[in-house]
Design a protein around this ligand. Structure first.
Ligand code: SF4
Length: 223
């Protein structure tokens, strides 16, 4: 996929009408985060361990592709549509969330035979609202803070609290920790992040209350 030199902000005039041709579901590396794995598990009625074991390339954290390059979840349409990953929700836009908390929204080059129709009678922000990207974006920022703290812990050579909780396998992390497992993805993510931050505290990683470009409310408290 090539990026066109088009950078949007959320107020940019934009609209996109997907006609379901499916061409955007082929030959794409769809990378998934812990949150996206949990959302897929919810839609598929299984655990994050099962999703990771059956449908994710663990070397690249991308969804498997079937013969012909089709996404493993493409079946004449997206079979996991309510839990589809963030990249699929942003398409035909791309999201570059930077480590300083700022973002760039890029327009991706469409498949030459794409059936999608572009317009200007909306905004980028309205399009993303229609795709329900907000909880995915928020989770992405929150796990980004964990990864930054993890890097800091590794660099700091501080106390050794043992192995961290599994980062990508949320259900395994909660099972290892014991105690009641909360209902719902958002509550389980809150618990998972709390476990990760407890471990990072024990490892002596400095706290990051919010990424500089993100307000704490939108990002979600790390404490
Ligand atoms: S998860 Fe769904 S929308 Fe995303 S590439 Fe796969 S089939 Fe297409």
């Amino acid at each position: 996929m090539h990026l066109l030199p088009v950078v949007h902000d959320r107020e940019t005039a934009f609209a996109y009408d997907c006609h379901g041709c499916g061409r955007c579901c082929r030959h794409k590396a769809i990378r998934v985060s812990p949150y996206e794995v949990a959302r897929l598990a919810e839609v598929l009625g299984t655990t994050t361990s099962d999703v990771l074991g059956r449908w994710v390339d663990l070397d690249t954290n991308t969804l498997h592709q079937r013969d012909g390059g089709w996404c493993v979840f493409y079946d004449g349409g997206c079979s996991v549509h309510p839990g589809r990953p963030l990249a699929c929700r942003f398409y035909p836009l791309g999201w570059n969330a930077k480590t300083d908390g700022t973002e760039a929204i890029l327009q991706l080059s469409p498949h030459p035979e794409s059936g999608g129709v572009y317009g200007t009678d909306g905004t980028v922000g309205a399009y993303l609202t229609s795709q329900e990207t907000a909880p995915y974006e928020r989770a992405s920022w929150r796990y980004s803070v964990v990864l930054q703290r993890l890097r800091a812990a590794l660099d700091a050579d501080g106390p050794d609290p043992g192995e961290p909780p599994p980062i990508f396998d949320l259900d395994a992390a909660l099972a290892e920790a014991g105690g009641p497992i909360p209902d719902g993805v958002e509550a389980r993510v809150d618990r998972h992040l709390a476990l990760l931050h407890e471990w990072l505290d024990a490892a002596g990683a400095p706290r990051i209350e919010a990424l500089p470009g993100q307000d704490k409310e939108k990002q979600g408290a790390t404490a």
